[in-house]
Design a protein. Structure first.
Length: 469
């Protein structure tokens, strides 16, 4: 029996729900639809496990290293399952699993550093760090394993225990990951719960949860924050983006075209920090549109398990409808689809890679996060206009500037209202760096030591330097 399934003939008390393959649109498996009583039991186990897990940093580090080894050893089982439920090409699933293992190793080597505070008083003040307790991790469907590990690896390294709820669109690989990690982690330290509404709302508002970390839409993020507020739990929210790429007038179009294309279309455009709109000098606009459209027309679109596939399907029917709605609206308002602009006539949730020109600046495909294989390319007259347009959004996750003069590009990047700016590339992150958004793109910081300390509380001990009578 596969460890990610519930077992033949023995459905859980809450029943099961169907999981669809986005390459066919058909059901291929099912996952347990867990309920409030399952959640209560998981949080109770997490609290009990926390008492010993928090007490031994060396044991935690060893367990996280063993977890990384276990993930790598299970890659041949995890990758096809991830592709089957999410749609991405198999090579991208394998890269996601490698990133998961790398993150576990990174945080296994991370530990909070105590420090002595010197302020001139005859008192020695020592700053120490304490874990928070059970953490809730609510994970989206675009990078189920990578984003789950981005939440649980620093939380576990800090001495917390974690309850993970994956998206109901992609529960299976996460359940299998939990089974794999159970061989390296003590009982109750990491629990995977799968289910449909209202399981997520119950998790984030559970009185036993001390930190809620969520990745998803702004609307759902507000609901999550409101739910966590009832128990005064800490929240870390990564709420997506509408990243702009600004091309300068000295850009080498052919040299950067491939990088720019994949910065927008990787994972079928379903990346929070993907390029979602491009601003180009008027005189270069036609060349950039043509270069991106040429790549869109020739990229191999297909099922992720096909080794020739470069771009898979949109991950689910609801997201496909959103992509189609935004694109149809832009076309109805006068935009041109220089490539794509339509669903592909085949089973599954396939949308042709789309490059749009002549798009109105206030079109929803420009102002909102389309989160799919659609890229509007807009001309600009002055660089100030381009920067103003790039910043004229409620989002502020990432942005990029592309050009030959790196000093000039860096100066322009410094004017972008976002958490991360790249020059001549986009959406590349180091495990050691902070990742955060501004405006409606999020609350709190993930990544690197900032992600570790986000899972800790400061604890200060004061003692006199000399014994007083």
């Amino acid at each position: 029996m596969d460890t990610h399934r519930h077992g033949p003939g023995r459905p859980p008390p809450g029943g099961c729900f169907a999981v669809l393959d986005p390459a066919t649109g058909e059901v291929f498996d099912e996952a347990p639809d867990q309920r409030a009583e399952d959640l209560d039991a998981a949080v109770d186990r997490a609290y009990d496990a926390w008492r010993s897990w928090r007490a031994d940093p060396a044991a935690r580090a060893a367990a996280l290293l063993a977890s990384a080894d276990a993930v790598e050893a299970a890659g041949a089982r995890l990758a096809p399952l991830l592709t089957r439920e999410q749609g991405k090409p198999l090579a991208e699933s394998s890269a996601e699993i490698a990133r998961t293992a790398a993150r576990l190793r990174f945080f296994a080597a991370s530990a909070p550093e105590p420090r002595t505070i010197t302020d001139g008083r005859p008192v020695r003040s020592t700053l120490r760090w304490r874990s928070l307790g059970p953490v809730a991790a609510v994970v989206p469907w675009n990078f189920p394993l990578q984003l789950a590990s981005a939440k649980f690896a620093p939380a576990l390294a800090a001495g917390n225990t974690v309850v993970v709820k994956p998206s109901p669109f992609t529960p299976l690989a996460t359940r299998l990951l939990g089974s794999v990690l159970s061989a390296a982690l003590p009982e109750g330290v990491l629990t995977i719960l799968t289910g449909r509404d209202p399981l997520g709302a119950l998790l984030v508002s559970h009185p036993g949860i001390r930190h809620v970390t969520f990745t998803g839409s702004v609307a759902t993020g507000r609901t999550v924050a409101a739910g966590a507020a009832g128990g005064l739990a800490r929240v870390t929210l990564e709420l997506g983006g509408n990243d702009a790429a600004i091309l300068l007038d000295d850009v080498d179009v052919e040299r950067i075209a491939d990088r720019l294309f994949w910065a927008a279309f990787r994972n079928c455009g379903q990346v929070c920090m993907a390029v979602k709109r491009v601003y180009v000098p008027q005189r270069l606009h036609a060349r950039v549109v043509e270069a991106l459209a040429d790549r869109a027309k020739t990229v191999v679109v297909g099922a992720g398990l096909d080794p020739d596939t470069e771009l898979g399907p949109v991950a689910n029917a609801a997201q496909l409808a959103r992509v189609e709605r935004y694109t149809d609206r832009a076309l109805a308002d006068g935009a041109r689809a220089v490539a794509g602009g339509h669903r592909l006539d085949r089973p599954g949730y396939f949308y042709a890679p789309t490059v749009l020109a002549d798009v109105a600046p206030d079109s929803p495909v420009v102002t909102e996060e389309q989160f799919g294989p659609v890229l509007p390319v807009l001309p600009y007259g002055s660089l100030d206009d381009a920067v103003e347009a790039a910043n004229a959004t409620r989002f502020g996750l990432g942005g990029s500037v592309w050009g030959t003069d790196l000093d000039r590009a860096e100066e322009v990047a410094g004017r972008l209202e976002c958490g991360t700016a790249w020059i001549n590339h986009h959406a590349e992150l180091s495990l050691a760096q902070p990742f955060a958004g501004v405006k409606e793109s999020g609350v709190g910081v993930a990544g690197g030591p900032w992600g570790l300390y986000g899972n800790l509380s400061p604890f200060v001990v004061h003692r006199p330097r000399e014994e007083r009578p």
